[in-house]
Write a protein that binds this ligand. Structure first.
Ligand SMILES: [Fe+2]
Length: 318
């Protein structure tokens, strides 16, 4: 199997721009995932995010997680647990309105830092969306606009830790799923692995790499590209040793954004492909996803198609 795609964004500024764009295109078409380095987010900022996230876990989350495990008797399970994950999480929202000042148990230093990190990631997400536009033959800003709705995109960060698990074969760190939204930027532990994606029917490790950001595409980009790019199933296998840090930031459409295949992509493909993805309001998709996250995405697309009884894009009916 080919190697997991690692892309140096710095190379976009020089002679290797064309080859780098090609690499991104290949990763989007064949992996749904890639890892970026030289992405412009300062390494010392990332180091501080890592240090404060790990401090916060030890001070505020670890004991709570241990109590949860004890109360559910999870250490002693004998059969596969299918209704929960071996993870400790909290969520920060950046856009459309930040909730960082209201999230409990965070120090002022950590709040300020996560705001700053959020801004850098937002900028990187928008740069990546424009690279995707270029590769797709869409005008610059198309994807940002498609996600905008009336109040701009939704952007948030799930901070997770996956503590050592005595029975990783019976309880997943995070069960297999595709991400519902747009583009996801992950700052993952550089030592404790565990993230895997499904490629050609096989689970492939996403290698930990210091100061890299793992990028993956969500269901909405699959719809907008009419399946040219796919959201790919992934999962976390908790390790028996070591706690895995995972800081995943989701750049998603606004709730009222209307999502549909980009006409320019559909037109280009119409001779080879007559299947067209549905058109819907993002919030409606999320209601369905909330109940069906750990199921295959195809029935979700089918359900959205069935419920979009009006206003299908003209090309969709051709
Ligand atoms: Fe995910």
């Amino acid at each position: 199997m080919e190697n997991f795609p690692v892309i140096s964004l710095e190379k976009l500024n020089g002679d290797e721009r064309k080859a780098t764009m090609e690499k991104i295109k290949d990763a989007c078409e064949n992996w749904g995932f890639f890892e970026v380095v030289n992405h412009g987010i300062p390494h010392d900022l990332m180091d501080t995010v890592e240090r404060l996230t790990k401090d916060h876990y030890r001070k505020c989350m670890e004991q709570r997680f241990k109590e949860l495990v004890a109360s559910k008797g999870l250490e002693a399970v004998q059969t596969e647990v299918k209704d929960m994950d071996w993870e400790s999480t909290f969520f920060l929202r950046h856009l459309p309105v930040s909730n960082i000042s209201e999230v409990p148990d965070l120090t002022d230093e950590y709040r300020k830092l996560m705001k700053e990190f959020g801004l850098k990631l937002e900028k990187l997400a928008e740069e990546l969306l424009d690279l995707l536009c270029e590769n797709l033959g869409l005008e610059k800003g198309y994807l940002k606009k498609a996600f905008y709705g009336s109040r701009g995109p939704t952007f948030g960060t799930k901070v997770a830790n996956y503590p050592p698990c005595p029975k990783p074969e019976l309880i997943k760190g995070l069960r297999a799923h595709t991400d519902a939204g747009g583009i996801i930027l992950l700052f993952q532990d550089d030592k404790v692995g565990g993230l895997q994606l499904l490629k050609d029917g096989k689970w492939v490790d996403v290698p930990p790499m210091r100061h890299s950001i793992v990028v993956n595409l969500g269901d909405q980009l699959e719809v907008i590209t009419n399946g040219k790019y796919k959201s790919v199933e992934h999962r976390v296998i908790a390790q028996t040793d070591g706690t895995r840090m995972s800081i995943a930031s989701f750049y998603n459409p606004g709730n009222d954004a209307v999502i549909y295949p980009a006409p320019a992509v559909v037109e280009k493909e119409s001779e080879t492909k007559n299947q067209v993805y549905p058109k819907f309001v993002f919030e409606d998709y999320m209601k369905l996803y909330a109940a069906l996250k750990f199921h295959a995405k195809e029935p979700r697309f089918e359900a959205m198609k069935a419920s979009s009884n009006v206003n299908l894009h003209p090309i969709a009916t051709a």
